[in-house]
Design a protein around this ligand. Structure first.
Ligand code: PMP
Length: 440
């Protein structure tokens, strides 16, 4: 369907962008480098659909990389932002809305009566949230080392890029230039789902480890669910050594359920700090760190751990976050879960029909295709898949009007606005894409 009067093409926009910005983008995977086609330049979005500069409409499974959980430009979210904007774009001072959002987060993240988030600090990006959580863990423990897992992505701060997922994985980079070796040395990288490897690291250096940081369920190397009880086991191990568990729910928080992955992991566990982003900001720049009052009150102005932000708790972002959380009721999650199930099932059938070796790993309503015979359990097995099958698959979907994440290492984001028509369009496009993957 054509809904926009076109004056330029995607190719023209990309050429112009490349002359103005490195790679033509403000975040690497948007350059479509690994999928071998021209990135689409979008001009509008509504519900489950996005429209590019050429006036072409796509059913969208990127969802702004997660925030658009109610669908794009949800009327209540847009209205909340407009109302907030009419009262001022920001004051650099406290607002009642910030407290209300903090209270919402604290109330929702609960399980069996436990409430791991007693205090919240709002920041602007997931990167800031994890960076601050790590500083807090170091400040609380007086220790320097951090443990992360290979293939997990926690944003682009210096200490967290080693063997990172997401764009770092897509570009096959081991880490990043520009990170001083002494800083990189403070991060110990362990294979995911490997408790023995983790125990060895703690045996050797446990007294110097401030925290383990973990994606609640990894979604930045494709979906790789935790082994049964893995989160509980690493929480226990960290605590046995006096270290903290930082649960990164930037991607999963308020997406896989009201209380995030924390609320649905088959084995309950106790995280010390939780980071949120994406959904909690409803599409505007907002993220958060939460934890017990005792830990969180180590932050300035009460404690010795410094953290600040000119735009932190921005009223427009707070309004978008509150309106989004307000509309994420049981019915919305039911629609997202059902849409995800139908699309994942249809993808599996189409790939089987085309004879493509694959697995579709799911974690709640998150899923992704992996071109492997056995379910990958860590970064090594993820990397061993036939990733070359994804670019033709992706392009065939795009040609049929479906916008997927432009990397095999990313999750597919279904929204509550993916109605029968949108799901049907995706389902109908899958067989041709599966055949393209088969021919790769
Ligand atoms: N943690 C996780 C689990 C993420 O998925 C991301 C972003 N994809 C981040 C942190 C970083 O968030 P941001 O891009 O907002 O800095």
């Amino acid at each position: 369907m054509t809904t926009h009067t076109s004056h330029t093409t995607n190719a023209e926009e990309f050429a112009r962008a490349r002359a103005a910005m490195p790679g033509g983008v403000n975040s690497p995977v948007r350059a479509f480098g690994s999928v071998g086609t021209t990135p689409r330049f979008f001009v509008s979005a509504s519900g489950p659909r996005v429209t590019d500069v050429e006036g072409r409409e796509y059913v969208d499974l990127v969802g702004s990389w997660g925030p658009a959980i109610l669908g794009h430009a949800h009327p209540a979210v847009v209205k909340a932002v407009q109302d907030a904007a009419a009262h001022g774009l920001g004051f650099g001072a406290s607002t009642p809305g910030e407290t209300a959002l903090a209270e919402l987060i604290e109330a929702r993240v609960t399980r069996d009566g436990a409430r791991p988030v007693e205090r919240v600090r709002l920041v602007s990006t997931g990167t800031e949230a994890t960076m601050t959580a790590i500083r807090l863990a170091r400040g609380a423990t007086g220790r320097d080392l951090i443990v992360k897992f290979a293939g997990h992505y926690h944003g682009h701060s210096d200490g967290l890029l080693a063997e990172a997922g997401s764009g770092v994985a897509t570009l096959a980079m081991p880490g990043s230039a520009g990170v001083p070796a002494p800083i990189a040395a403070q991060t110990l990288v362990v294979p995911y789902n490997d408790l023995d490897a983790l125990r060895e690291v703690f045996d050797a250096r446990g007294d110097d480890i401030a925290a383990i940081i973990v994606e609640a369920t990894p979604a930045n190397m494709g979906i790789v669910p935790p082994a049964h009880g893995f989160n509980a086991a690493i929480a226990d191990l960290a605590h046995a050594y006096g270290a903290l568990l930082i649960l990164d729910e930037v991607l999963t928080g308020f997406r896989v359920g009201t209380a995030g992955w924390y609320g649905i992991d088959p084995v309950p566990f106790v995280p010390d700090l939780i980071t949120f982003g994406k959904v909690v900001g409803g599409g505007l720049p907002l993220a958060a760190i939460g934890g017990s009052a005792a830990l969180m009150e180590l932050l300035a102005p009460l404690g010795p751990v410094y953290q600040a932000g000119t735009l932190s708790g921005n009223p427009l972002a707070v309004a978008a976050g509150r309106a989004t959380l307000d509309h994420l009721d049981a019915d919305a999650y039911e629609r997202i879960d059902r849409g995800a199930e139908r699309i994942a099932d249809a993808a599996a059938s189409a790939l089987s029909e085309a004879g493509v070796t694959h697995v579709i790993q799911r974690a709640g309503n998150l899923f992704s295709i992996q071109f492997a015979a056995e379910p990958p359990t860590d970064y090594e097995t993820v990397k061993a898949q036939e990733a070359f099958r994804y670019p033709p698959f992706f392009r065939a979907m795009l040609d049929q009007g479906v916008s997927l994440p432009p990397s095999v290492f990313e999750a597919w984001f279904v929204s509550a606005a993916h109605d029968d028509e949108a799901v049907a369009q995706i389902v109908d496009a899958l067989p041709a894409a599966a055949r393209a993957a088969a021919e790769a």
